[in-house]
Design a protein around this ligand. Structure first.
Ligand code: DC
Length: 227
């Protein structure tokens, strides 16, 4: 396929709690583009590996798990939130927990695990366009994306947002432990040797601290040049 016929991609990278998930979904809806939640793939592998009782630092075993785990995204019965199925099992709510986030962050540091997930991520580039949400969308997976955004927010603000989200789901969490976990996860994601969390050289950085969702969505849509 000639390059001009390839669907355009908007990459939205950033640390956890920067608003990537919500912003990406809203922007994809408004543009009528596909959405890739790449974090959900790493969470699904972390979840499958934990369920199988694997040692998450056993690169070979976890890579085999990444290669064999079936991950599918389906809209829920009411047509609202997308549910993530891991080997046919609806793992949606478990995947959002910090335990699963930490498992995802650990297995995401293994180069062969990242490699095992590349084709799956590329396969989302079809139709009118793709909004790709993650850590390395603009740097590694879609380096030729015409639009790249890097979202940030202070760790305190990100912990507060995650606290509200998890509480709304009825999960029992404390703000201080979330802040500690978020800081530890940021440090691990930014310091790993493969695909560390960093803005692409050609990404536009938006600090979302103190901004509401509508304001960020408007900024991102303006970058894409949407009407
Ligand atoms: O975006 P998230 O919180 O759902 O991501 C969970 C973990 O997965 C995150 O801590 C690091 C990893 N991840 C990654 O390494 N690369 C991506 N493109 C997306 C997520």
């Amino acid at each position: 396929m000639p390059r001009s016929a390839v669907a355009p991609v908007l990459t939205i990278d950033g640390p956890s709690g920067s608003g990537k998930g919500t912003i990406s979904r809203r922007v994809a809806d408004q543009l009528g583009w596909n959405l890739l939640d790449s974090g959900a793939l790493y969470r699904a592998v972390g979840y499958a590996a934990s369920m199988a009782g694997l040692d998450l630092s056993d690169a070979e075993a976890v890579t085999r798990c990444a290669e064999s785990t079936r991950i599918t995204f389906r809209p829920d019965a009411e047509g609202g939130e997308t549910r993530v199925y891991v080997n046919g099992h609806d793992a949606g709510d478990e995947l959002r927990t910090e335990t699963c986030g930490a498992a995802a962050s650990a297995i995401a540091a293994i180069p062969s695990v990242r490699k095992a997930l590349v084709d799956k991520q590329l396969s989302f580039r079809k139709g009118k366009g793709l909004v790709a949400d993650g850590r390395d969308m603009g740097t590694v997976i879609f380096p030729d994306a015409p639009h790249k955004v890097f979202l940030t927010a202070s760790a305190a603000e990100r912990a507060k947002r995650r606290y509200k989200q998890l509480k709304a789901k009825g999960l029992s969490v404390t703000l201080s432990s979330l802040l500690r976990e978020i800081e530890a996860r940021d440090a691990r994601d930014a310091s790993r040797s493969v695909a560390p969390l960093r803005p692409a050289d050609d990404a536009v950085t938006i600090d979302t601290t103190g901004l509401d969702i509508d304001a960020v969505v408007a900024k991102v849509l303006a970058l894409v040049g949407s009407p």
